[in-house]
Design a protein around this ligand. Structure first.
Ligand code: AGP
Length: 612
C-alpha cells in the first residue's frame, strides 16, 4: 500500500519527509520520492527503498519548508524511477502524490492528450495531476477549487496531496477510500496516510473523510470542502499512539517484537472488558447493538488473509457457544457474487488496518442491502471502523510487520468475548461453563508468555525444515483455521509453499504429497478428536513424512510418535487458537530468517491492501 507524507511550516521539510516515509515503510512499497518547493520545485524519485532515494539525492538542494513524499506500491506501471511519485503536470507547475487507483484514467488520459498534455509515465496518477492543471487553467480557479472540480470527473479511490510551484504557502489534499490524516502542529501542518509519521510531532489530528478536500496554508488556516462544495467543520481528535510502539524495542524485526507483545496486547484487548472474578464481559459496541446481536439469525464474517482466518475461528466460537449460524466470506468474493443479504443479517468486518479495499467494499454492499455492520478493527479512526454501525477495537497497537501476528490474536480474543457474551445472554452455555471460559480467557496472556519461552526449541526445528520446498499444516476443529494461519505465515515470509488442511481431508488427496521432503505440522491439542489426530500422524509417518506436532504439555503418546513436538499449556478447547498459533508464528519467523528473507517487508506484499 502506498504511503504519503507532506509538510508545511517553518522547519525544513526534507528530514521530516524522509523520516515520515521510513515510518511508513511497513506498508510495503517498491519506490519512493519527494518534492520540495523553495523558489524552484525539486523532485527526486527512485526505485527501491527510502534509503536508496536518500543516497541518490546526495548533495543536491533539499531546501524548502513545504514538500511532500511518497512510497509507492505499484498498481499501474512497473516499479521504476519514472513511475515513482511525486508526479508533475505537463507545465511543471503542479506536483502530486497519490494512494489509490483512478479507474477511469485511460479515458481521461486520451482526452488530455488531445489538448496537448504530454505523459511521461504509465501511471494513473500522472493523469490526475494533469487533469487538475487543465481545470485550473481553463476555469481560472484556485488550486483547491480545481482539485474539487477535477475529482468530480474521477472514479476510483484516492488520497492525494497537491502543491503549486506558484503558491509556496499552500497544500491541498483530498481522499476517497484511501486514508489521509492532517496533523496540526504549532504554525505547521502535517499530512500522512496514517498517524505513524505524525505522532512524534503532534497528537492533534483530523481524519479527512471520504470526498473531502482540505486546504492548508502557512498562515495556519485549515479549510475543508466536500466534493459537492459544502463547507465542512474539521473534527480535531487526539492521536492514540505511542512513539515507542513504532520502534523495534531491541528486537531484530517488528514481527518478532509483535509476537512477543502478545501477552500484553491480549491483556490490553481484555482490559476493562472482562472480569472473571465477578463473572462479566462488557463491550460497549455489543451493548449498543445487543438486541440485534441476540436475535440475529445469521452472522456473516468478512475479511481477507489472516483476518479471514480469525473469522473462521469466530465461526466455530459463535456456532459452538452461542448456537447461531455464521458464514465466513473472503471479502473479495463476497462483494462480487451478488450475495443474499437481508436487514436481519449482521456483518462482522474483521480488519487490522481498517483500510482493506475489499473488506470496505464488502461492508458497503452489505449496508446498501440493509445489514448491520460490526467492526473488529485495530487502527482507530480507520475507514472500516468509521463505516461500521458499531464495533470494538482490538487495542493491539500499531502492527508494523507485514505478517499479522498480534492483530490475529487480538481479533480472536475479541471474537471470543463476543461469542461468550451472546452465549451467556442467550443461555446457550451453562453459567458454570461461562465462568470457566472467562476465567481461562483471563489466563491466556500468561500461557502465551510460557510458549514464548520455548523459542529456542522452535528455532532448532526451524533449522531442520528450513530447506523444505513445501509444507503441510493439519488441524481439526478450532485448530483447523490455525493450520491455515500457520501456512499463510510460512508462505508469506519464507516463500516456502505451504498449505493448511483439515486433518481428516488429508486422505482425500494431499496424502499423495507426503514423502521425506514434506514436513507436516500437525495441530494435535484437541481432546475431542485425539484418537483421530493420532491416526493422521500415523498415516503421515507410514509414508515417510516428518511430523512436527503441536501438543498439550506432557502428552507423552504423541511426543513419542512425532519427529518433533512443541508443547503448549493446556486450555479450554474454544480458546486453543490463542495459544496454538504462537509456535507457528515463531516457526515461520525463524525459517524466514534462516532463509535470509526480509521478515518485516516480504517481497511483493503490502501491510494493507487498499487497492483491489
Ligand atoms: C497477514 O499476515 C497478511 N499480511 C494479510 O493476509 C492481511 O491479513 C490481509 O491483507 C488483511 O489485512 P487487514 O486485516 O488489515 O484487513
Amino acid at each position: 500500500m502506498c504511503g504519503i507524507v507532506a509538510y508545511l511550516g517553518n522547519k525544513q521539510a526534507y528530514p521530516i519527509l524522509i523520516n515520515g516515509l521510513k515510518r511508513l515503510e511497513y506498508r510495503g512499497y517498491d519506490s519512493a520520492g519527494v518534492a520540495l518547493l523553495n523558489g524552484t520545485m525539486n523532485v527526486f524519485k527512485k526505485k527501491g527503498k527510502v534509503q536508496d532515494l536518500v543516497d541518490s539525492i546526495e548533495n543536491k538542494s533539499t531546501k524548502g519548508t513545504i514538500g511532500m513524499g511518497h512510497t509507492r506500491w505499484a498498481t499501474h506501471g512497473k516499479p521504476d524511477d519514472i513511475n515513482a511519485h511525486p508526479h508533475i503536470s505537463t507545465s511543471g507547475k503542479l506536483v502530486l502524490v497519490h494512494n489509490g487507483i483512478i479507474e477511469n484514467y485511460a479515458i481521461l488520459k486520451e482526452a488530455l492528450k488531445k489538448i496537448g498534455h504530454v505523459f511521461n509515465t504509465e501511471t494513473d496518477t500522472e493523469v490526475l495531476v494533469n487533469l487538475i492543471e487543465e481545470v485550473q487553467k481553463t476555469d481560472k480557479i484556485s488550486l483547491e477549487e480545481a482539485v474539487r472540480v477535477a475529482l468530480t470527473k474521477v472514479t476510483g479511490a484516492y488520497a492525494i496531496v497537491v502543491m503549486d510551484k506558484d503558491e509556496p504557502n499552500k497544500l491541498v489534499a483530498a481522499r476517497k477510500s484511501s486514508p489521509l490524516v492532517v496533523g496540526i502542529g504549532d504554525d505547521e501542518f502535517y499530512l500522512a496516510s496514517d498517524g505513524t509519521p505524525i505522532v512524534e510531532h503532534t497528537r492533534k489530528v483530523v481524519y479527512i473523510k471520504d470526498e473531502e478536500i482540505v486546504t492548508l496554508t502557512r498562515a495556519g488556516e485549515m479549510s475543508i470542502m466536500s466534493i459537492s462544495n459544502e463547507k465542512q467543520t474539521p473534527f480535531i481528535q487526539e492521536l492514540e499512539m505511542e512513539i515507542e510502539s513504532l520502534e523495534k524495542g531491541g528486537y531484530d524485526y517488528f514481527m518478532l517484537k509483535e509476537i512477543n507483545e502478545q501477552p500484553n496486547t491480549i491483556r490490553e484487548c481484555i482490559r476493562g472488558r472482562l472480569n472473571a472474578e465477578e463473572g462479566w464481559i462488557k463491550l460497549s459496541g455489543v451493548d449498543n447493538m445487543l438486541n440485534k446481536l441476540i436475535n440475529a439469525q445469521r452472522f456473516i464474517f468478512v475479511g481477507c488473509g489472516t483476518s479471514w482466518h480469525a473469522g473462521l475461528i469466530g465461526e466455530y466460537l459463535f456456532e459452538d457457544l452461542a448456537r447461531v449460524s455464521v458464514e465466513v466470506e473472503y471479502a473479495s468474493e463476497f462483494r462480487y457474487r451478488n450475495p443474499i443479504i437481508t436487514d436481519k443479517d449482521i456483518v462482522f468486518a474483521i480488519s487490522q488496518s481498517g483500510e482493506t479495499a475489499d473488506t470496505l467494499a464488502a461492508i458497503q454492499l452489505a449496508k446498501e442491502r440493509g445489514a448491520s455492520i460490526y467492526g473488529v478493527v485495530n487502527v482507530v479512526g480507520s475507514s472500516i471502523a468509521r463505516a461500521a454501525d458499531e464495533g470494538s477495537y482490538i487495542h493491539a497497537g500499531p502492527e508494523i510487520g507485514v505478517a499479522s501476528t498480534k492483530a490475529f490474536t487480538g481479533q480472536v480474543t475479541l471474537l471470543s468475548m463476543i461469542a461468550l457474551t451472546l452465549a451467556h445472554k442467550k443461555g446457550t452455555i451453562s453459567n458454570a461453563y461461562y465462568r470457566q471460559l472467562i476465567t481461562e480467557l483471563e489466563l491466556i496472556p500468561q500461557k502465551v508468555g510460557e510458549v514464548l519461552k520455548i523459542e529456542n526449541q522452535i528455532k532448532y526445528i526451524a533449522k531442520e525444515i528450513q530447506d523444505a520446498p513445501n509444507a503441510l499444516y493439519l488441524g481439526r476443529g478450532y485448530n483447523f483455521p490455525v493450520a491455515l494461519e500457520g501456512a499463510l505465515k510460512l508462505k508469506e515470509i519464507s516463500y516456502i509453499h505451504a498449505e493448511g488442511y483439515p486433518a481428516a481431508e488429508m486422505k482425500h488427496g494431499p496424502i499423495a504429497l507426503i514423502d521425506e521432503n514434506m514436513p507436516v505440522i500437525v495441530m494435535a491439542t484437541n481432546k475431542s478428536a485425539y484418537e483421530k489426530i493420532i491416526s493422521n500422524i500415523q498415516e503421515v509417518k507410514a509414508r515417510g513424512g516428518r511430523v512436527i506436532a503441536i501438543i498439550t504439555e506432557d502428552d507423552k503418546e504423541i511426543r513419542e510418535l512425532a519427529d518433533y513436538s512443541i508443547e503448549i499449556p493446556e486450555t479450554e478447547e474454544p480458546l486453543t487458537p490463542l495459544i496454538s498459533v504462537i509456535p507457528l508464528q515463531l516457526l515461520s519467523y525463524h525459517i524466514a530468517l534462516l532463509r535470509g528473507c526480509n521478515v518485516d517487508q516480504p517481497r511483493n506484499l503490502a501491510k494493507s491492501v487498499t487497492v483491489e
